[in-house]
Design a protein around this ligand. Structure first.
Ligand SMILES: Nc1nc2c(ncn2[C@@H]2O[C@H](COP(=O)(O)OP(=O)(O)OP(=O)(O)O)[C@@H](O)[C@H]2O)c(=O)[nH]1
Ligand SMILES: [Mg+2]
Length: 445
């Protein structure tokens, strides 16, 4: 997500970082580089022109005393990005005060049906946190593809939602029957799936308007495939003019490394982006926070979203033991057991590549290096799980015969075990260092 732009910005800030002042040529170069980066990210030409013209007005050679050119530019570009991506005050979200109906809109294959499951998974987690459970109902008026409604039924089972199949295949009639069922059901939320088409044609718009009139949903959410680039803007405009919607969800942001879609959508349509889809699993939905997106674009990572992912990925019992492990980690007194637990919780966050994409400056790590890291982690896990509790608590008892037994159990060489022990020791030293400067305290709240 945004890797293309963050690479460009990182290299730009690289050369600016070496400067003590900004000349007129430097300013021109900055504006040109940002122009080219946005064009490369598939942002429409007129949007790029407008953005860079505005930026040029704010980037000057006069910098406040005590501020470095790099800091000045990061601050200015960040603030200009926020002007486009949206400021906190205006960022709203899907209205989920029960009973609430949300109707999904979007082209064929944009991700409407899978996004319903992702939203429900998010509702489930948020309700569970408050010790509540909300009943969610899924229904569909997608009569374009025979298997479309079955797909929604399967997803309903996966995320524990209720499912209703309207006893009619006429769109308006089915819509009315679904509404009636929802009112009687006592469910808190209804997600209504609609049929996608290849193009936002008049027949599709007419059908959606009819469904809209019959159901009067609280939320109409446009699901836009981030991979479709500039074309998605024309689609968003058409939906906005014809059916109207309250905000968008950008799907497939994990596959779109250029990241121009969010930028273009906000600039052209001015409606909020509620969430972004970042994978095919039901948990792969993230809130779209303009401030964090701007940080990512500038190559400064997004630790906040990583922390949120970590919190969601953990079950309450795990969380407690993780917090204990984190406390010991901070004190520098952690054991191999804690080490194993940290590896486990990293695993639940996804691949190393996914984790790296949230970290400042880590977008540049090569896929080969990440793959090697993933293999190492697997090896670590195998070794740690072949050890006894006593060995994990007091690794100093690991003599040759114990190491031989472990290497057999884990299918590794004894030198791999020495490698783990060395990494463990290094981690302890690292933790002590972190404790001294305290800068990563936030990571282990
Ligand atoms: N990688 C990735 N794949 C996604 C994401 N969202 C959806 N997909 C995939 O995109 C494909 C289409 O998703 P659907 O939810 O069926 O799309 P739809 O809009 O309901 O499509 P129609 O019902 O044909 O109109 C599926 O294979 C999904 O797994 C995402 O955020 N990331
Ligand atoms: Mg669908």
């Amino acid at each position: 997500m945004f890797n293309f732009l963050s690479d460009k910005f990182s290299s730009m800030f690289g050369w600016i970082g070496k400067k003590h002042t900004l000349s007129k040529d430097d300013v021109d170069r900055v504006v040109d580089e940002i122009h080219d980066a946005l064009i490369g990210a598939d942002v429409p030409y007129e949007v790029v022109e407008e953005f860079t013209a505005d930026l040029a007005e704010h980037v000057s050679t006069k910098i406040k005393k005590g501020t470095s050119p790099r800091d000045f530019l990061v601050k200015t570009v960040h603030s200009k990005l926020l002007d486009v991506l949206g400021h906190k005050e205006i960022q709203s979200s899907i209205d989920l005060v029960p009973p609430s109906i949300t109707m999904m809109l979007g082209l064929q294959g944009s991700g409407k049906t899978t996004t319903i499951a992702k939203l429900t998974s998010m509702i489930n987690k948020r309700s569970a946190k408050k010790g509540k459970r909300h009943r969610v109902l899924f229904a569909s008026v997608d009569f374009q593809r025979p298997a479309a409604i079955d797909q929604l039924e399967v997803l309903a089972t996966q995320v524990g939602a209720e499912f209703f199949r309207a006893p009619s295949t006429k769109t308006v009639e089915a819509s009315k029957l679904i509404l009636e069922h929802f009112k009687k059901s006592g469910c808190s939320y209804l997600f209504l799936d609609t049929a996608g088409r290849m193009h936002a044609d008049d027949a599709m718009m007419a059908e959606l308007k009819e469904v809209d009139a019959a159901v009067k949903p609280r939320n109409k959410v446009l699901v836009l495939d981030a991979m479709t680039g500039q074309e998605s803007i024309a689609v968003a405009r058409k939906f906005s003019d014809e059916v109207g919607f309250s905000g968008a969800i950008l799907s497939k942001m994990d596959s779109d490394t250029r990241g121009g879609a969010a930028f273009s959508f906000r600039h052209c349509v001015k409606k909020p982006i509620f969430f972004v889809g970042c994978g095919e699993h039901n948990d792969d939905l993230e809130s779209f926070v303009p401030d964090r997106a701007a940080s990512r674009i500038l190559g400064m990572g997004d630790l906040e979203s990583l922390l949120e992912r970590a919190e969601h990925a953990m079950k309450p019992a795990e969380k407690e033991s993780h917090e204990g492990a984190a406390r010991r980690f901070m004190s520098g007194n952690f054991t191999l057991n804690d080490f194993a637990m940290q590896l486990e919780s990293l695993n639940s966050l996804g691949s190393l590549g996914k984790i790296a994409s949230y970290l400042p400056g880590m977008q540049k790590v090569s896929p080969e290096a990440l793959e090697k890291g993933q293999r190492e982690m697997k090896k670590f896990k195998a070794i740690l799980s072949s050890m006894t509790d006593k060995e994990r608590l007091c690794p100093q008892i690991l003599d040759f015969s114990r190491k031989k037994r472990i290497s057999k159990g884990a299918g590794v060489e004894t030198r791999d075990i020495n490698g783990v022990l060395q990494k463990f020791e290094e981690s302890q030293q690292f933790a002590r260092m972190l404790k001294q400067n305290g800068q990563f305290k936030k990571l282990f709240r």
